[in-house]
Design a protein around this ligand. Structure first.
Ligand SMILES: Nc1ncnc2c1ncn2[C@@H]1O[C@H](COP(=O)(O)OP(=O)(O)OP(=O)(O)O)[C@@H](O)[C@H]1O
Length: 695
């Protein structure tokens, strides 16, 4: 059994199932042993019976005498031999002898001289039978004694087997306990191995930390060494600086000495400075006086040029001009009669005055009653004539002095006059680039520049702008917000600060202007709102007069003088005649064209009346004189009424006549040239500066 356990422990894996297998194996073996024991039982018992039955009586009695005596008297019922005992038989002498003794019971009795039956001494007759009967009884008693012994031995054997079973169970429990212990130890080993690994990892980490610390320590050592070096250098520098400080202190005392000298010189200079200041003030006064002289001279120059002047500008031929359609049924003065009025034909226009640029000559061909062709030349002269190549900058150069006049406190009015498509809007508003921008933005720029230049002479200026159109004798605000203007606007003339005449339009939007760029935005806004209607002459023909007004109010803090000038830049509606406008069949267009023509002729009438007043030798504004006064019909149109103060004697007026270069427009061009000549021949009084003394 122990050998089997040893084998199992060595070969089987340490698992509970193995243990259970062992248990099963042990149980199987136990069962086998019990079976073997059980099989042994019947063999033993009959052996006794057989022995008793076949043995010769004497021998049986001899045999019975020996063991039975031994068993019944001196020995307790023998225990069945255990399996262990059987295995250990060769070694355990004590038990071996006892077992032999027990087995000897069933062994055939050996012949022995001491127990040989006494055959020779048997008595004969009744005594012999009695003896035999007694022996037989004795034998029977022995037999029953043996049977009882056998029973007792069987019981003993059964209890011994139970004990053995208990021991085997205890052995299995011990094996289980051993397995548990083994597993527990294995777990403990695994835990210990993990612990060892953890400790090893920690040890490695510690080693790395230690390495880092050592590196840090090394770099700290290096830093310390460097710092020590620097400290030594600083110490040297400090020594040097001390030496320099000492040198500087010496220098300082030398400078202090010089300063004292300079200080005494400075008080001398202060006196000189006070003298210089007085002189500067004197010069400033002289400069202001010179400014006044300049203004007077400037005005004189303007007067010499005439307070109403006329420029003529011919626009260049444009690509789309060559596609201009012939208007059926239209006839113009000066046009050919042979149908040679081809689309896109360019008019014969020449500029003979190459020095002063004052002359323009248009030639036309007409036929007389005889059908003979005759060439006619129409010569006109103005203050300045601009050829098609003239740039916006060149045109403005001639106008810029008027902007200066406005800053000086004069009212200025610049008109662009001409038929539709002749270049009025281009001249006044122009394009968005520096090269193409028109007179309005340039004039505003110039006013800003002139106002800024006068700042150091004590002038402060406030600028504001308004932009309106007169369409069908109705005023529309072009800078209003939201929906197109529905308000009714009236024109009011009043005196500012008690003496400066000023024109005001009720409910009109007035924008304060702080930079010249703001004007561009205003022009864009106005253009988007402007009434534009298509006509046969120009798909973007503007059928209204637009008036941009820049008010310039100045105040001189040194002299307490105020001045207010007004710059009106007017883009008149197309001046073509009714027949040319193509509006004859359109009621609305007809009304537009009639309204435009009425206001343009009212403008001509006003200028003519002003001129007549002048030629009569009376200044029409001079109510005191009462001589040569002529009624000036300002109220005949909204345009003339609005510009009353800018057309009257205290103003400067410029008309720019725009002409188309096309032969098809020759008749309109001649009409415009005649109107402009009339204006050019007019002299409007002497311009008055709108000044007011100290308030
Ligand atoms: N000096 C010029 N240089 C180049 N292009 C010009 C010049 N003058 C006019 N134009 C062009 O001619 C066309 C007509 O000019 P613009 O619209 O100014 O005419 P207008 O007289 O104002 O016409 P409307 O009465 O319909 O407003 C525009 O395309 C304009 O750009």
């Amino acid at each position: 059994m122990s050998r089997l356990l040893r084998t199992n422990n060595a070969e089987l894996p340490p698992t509970v199932s193995a243990t259970r297998m062992n248990k099963r194996k042990l149980a199987t073996e136990d069962d086998d042993d019990l079976e073997a024991e059980a099989l042994d039982q019947p063999r033993k018992l009959p052996a006794i019976g057989t022995c008793t039955s076949v043995r010769p009586l004497v021998a049986s009695r001899t045999a019975l005498n020996r063991p039975i005596t031994t068993a019944s008297t001196s020995q307790p019922p023998s225990r069945p031999p255990s399996r262990t005992a059987r295995h250990d038989l060769p070694r355990a002498n004590g038990s071996t002898s006892r077992t032999r003794t027990t087995r000897a019971t069933s062994a055939p009795p050996k012949p022995s001289t001491s127990i040989r039956p006494p055959m020779m001494r048997v008595p004969s007759g009744t005594s012999t039978h009695g003896m035999i009967a007694r022996e037989m009884d004795a034998e029977r008693a022995k037999l029953s004694q043996l049977a009882a012994n056998h029973l007792a031995l069987s019981r003993e054997l059964a209890s011994a087997k139970e004990i053995e079973l208990d021991k085997r169970r205890a052995l299995v429990d011990a094996a289980d306990e051993l397995e548990r212990m083994r597993l527990k130890h294995q777990r403990e080993i695994v835990d210990l191995e993990l612990e060892v690994a953890r400790r090893a990892r920690e040890a490695r980490e510690r080693e790395e930390d230690l390495k880092d610390v050592q590196e840090d320590l090394e770099s700290a050592r290096e830093t310390v060494a460097k710092l020590k070096l620097e400290l030594a250098q600083h110490a040297n520098t400090q020594v040097t600086l001390h030496a320099q400080i000492e040198a500087l202190q010496e220098e300082k005392s030398a400078v202090q000495k010089q300063l004292d000298e300079v200080s005494s010189a400075s008080s001398k200079s202060a006196l000189e400075y006070a003298d210089a200041r007085r002189r500067i003030e004197q010069l400033e006064i002289e400069a202001r006086e010179a400014e006044m002289v300049r203004r007077k001279l400037h005005n004189m120059v303007q007067e010499l040029k005439g307070n109403i002047r006329v420029f003529c500008r011919v626009r260049p031929v444009l690509p789309h001009d060559l596609m201009t359609p012939v208007i059926p049924g239209l006839r113009r003065s000066g046009s050919s009669t042979d149908g040679s009025e081809e689309r896109g034909a360019i008019a014969e226009i020449s500029f003979p005055d190459k020095r002063d640029h004052r002359e323009i000559v248009l030639s036309s061909t007409s036929s007389n009653a005889m059908g003979q062709e005759r060439k006619e030349f129409h010569s006109f002269s103005f203050d300045r004539v601009f050829e098609p190549e003239a740039t916006q900058r060149e045109v403005f150069e001639e106008i810029s002095l008027l902007a200066q006049s406005c800053v000086d406190g004069y009212n200025v009015c610049i008109f662009a006059y001409g038929q539709t498509g002749s270049g009025k809007s281009f001249t006044m508003e122009g394009g968005s680039t520096e090269a193409t921008m028109g007179m309005i933005p340039r004039a505003v720029n110039e006013v800003f520049r002139a106002a800024e230049a006068l700042q150091d002479k004590g002038w402060e200026y406030k600028l504001e702008g308004q932009f309106l159109e007169i369409y069908n004798e109705t005023i529309n605000d072009l800078l209003g917000k939201g929906e197109f203007d529905k308000k009714k606007h009236d024109i009011k003339h009043e005196k500012l600060h008690g003496s400066i005449p000023s024109t005001r339009v009720t409910d009109i939007t007035i924008h304060p202007l702080s930079t010249p760029h703001q004007v561009t935005t205003l022009l864009q806004l106005a253009n988007s709102r402007r009434t534009v209607a298509a006509t046969l002459m120009n798909s973007r023909s503007s059928r209204s007069h637009s008036v941009f007004t820049l008010r310039v109010a100045g105040y001189n803090e040194h002299t307490g003088t105020r001045c207010e000038g007004c710059l009106n830049l007017v883009d008149l509606a197309g001046s073509e005649r009714l027949s040319m406008s193509g509006a004859a069949g359109d009621k609305e267009r007809l009304k537009e064209t009639q309204s435009i023509n009425k206001s343009l002729s009212a403008l001509g009438d006003v200028i003519a009346a002003l001129g007549e007043s002048q030629t009569r030798g009376g200044e029409r504004d001079s109510k005191a004189s009462g001589v040569g006064e002529k009624h000036v019909p300002y109220r005949n149109s909204k345009l003339t009424y609005l510009l009353q103060n800018s057309l009257s004697g205290n103003s400067k007026t410029l008309m720019i006549l725009n002409l188309s270069p096309l032969a098809a427009h020759l008749g309109e061009s001649l009409t415009s040239l005649r109107f402009a000549t009339k204006v050019n021949n007019t002299t409007i009084g002497t311009a008055k500066k709108q000044l007011r003394g100290t308030s």
